[in-house]
Design a protein around this ligand. Structure first.
Ligand code: PGA
Length: 247
């Protein structure tokens, strides 16, 4: 399966940061045959990012969407709006939204369904906390989040699962290779139980402290179909180094 290298800029980047998108776009063609590249900038930068990505093959996505199409939801952005702005993907259920905004898997499921209805690929994030891993509950927690966050509309084409252990995000800590392989194999089995053979085609990304230095070894692991990169996606040179490490 072609890897997906996705960048999540989170709440970082003013208009000057669009030059990073330009730099990535300029090299995107070099990687196009081997990996799909996606950057999810903050909402304010999406139109500028879409304009700069042009026909380079670099895709642009949102970091969240509301579960409704439109209406009285001050401050929110809908899937349809992201699609209209030129996005191909949207991240839903990131652990920072689950923690900071109290998002439950039931809500994430509605958001993913809204993304599908808008014609977007939903990147559905799951992951255990440090305490849950210490208690040996990681498969129970991630299995529950996966089952509850995937809507009826999910297919291998319109959905990507991102396994991001909360304790590995922004900390420089990464699970052991054995732990990543075990979790991805578990998630693959869950997807195949639900979707049959099509479950083999759902991309499962790893996220959490992915850097140019560890990207190749992480993406060489079985059932790791790409990465979701936070901090290291902010610099074009780091993001492109991770893209190059994907094949
Ligand atoms: P990080 O973030 O790469 O900075 O750890 C990953 C994420 O939250 O998607």
């Amino acid at each position: 399966m072609k890897k997906l290298v996705a960048g999540n800029w989170k709440m970082n980047g003013l208009s000057a940061a669009l030059s990073e998108i330009e730099t990535v776009s300029a090299s995107a063609g070099d990687h196009k045959d081997h990996a799909d590249l996606l950057i999810c900038p903050p909402a304010t930068l999406i139109p500028g990012a879409v304009a700069r990505s042009g026909s380079s093959g670099l895709m642009i996505g949102g970091q969240d969407c509301h579960q409704a199409v439109s209406g009285a939801h001050t401050g929110d952005v809908s899937g349809e709006m992201l699609k209209d702005a030129g996005c191909s993907h949207v991240i839903v259920g990131h652990s920072e939204r689950r923690a900071d905004h109290g998002e439950t898997s039931a809500l994430v499921r509605e958001k993913a369904a809204a993304a599908h209805a808008a014609g977007l690929v939903a990147i559905i994030c799951i992951g255990e906390s440090e305490a849950e891993r210490r208690a040996g509950r990681e498969t129970e927690v991630c299995g529950g989040q996966l089952a509850d966050s995937l809507p009826e509309s999910a297919t291998a084409e319109n959905s990507v699962v991102a396994y991001e252990p909360v304790w590995a995000i922004g900390t420089g800590l990464v699970p052991s290779e054995d732990d990543i392989v075990a979790m991805h194999a578990f998630l693959r089995a869950q997807l195949c139980a639900r979707y049959g053979d099509a479950g083999k085609n759902v991309r499962i990304l790893y996220g959490g402290s992915v850097k140019p230095g560890n990207a190749a070894s992480i993406m060489a692991l079985s059932d790791v179909d790409g990465v979701l990169v936070g901090g290291a996606s902010l610099k074009a040179s780091d993001f492109l180094a991770i893209a190059a490490a994907s094949y």
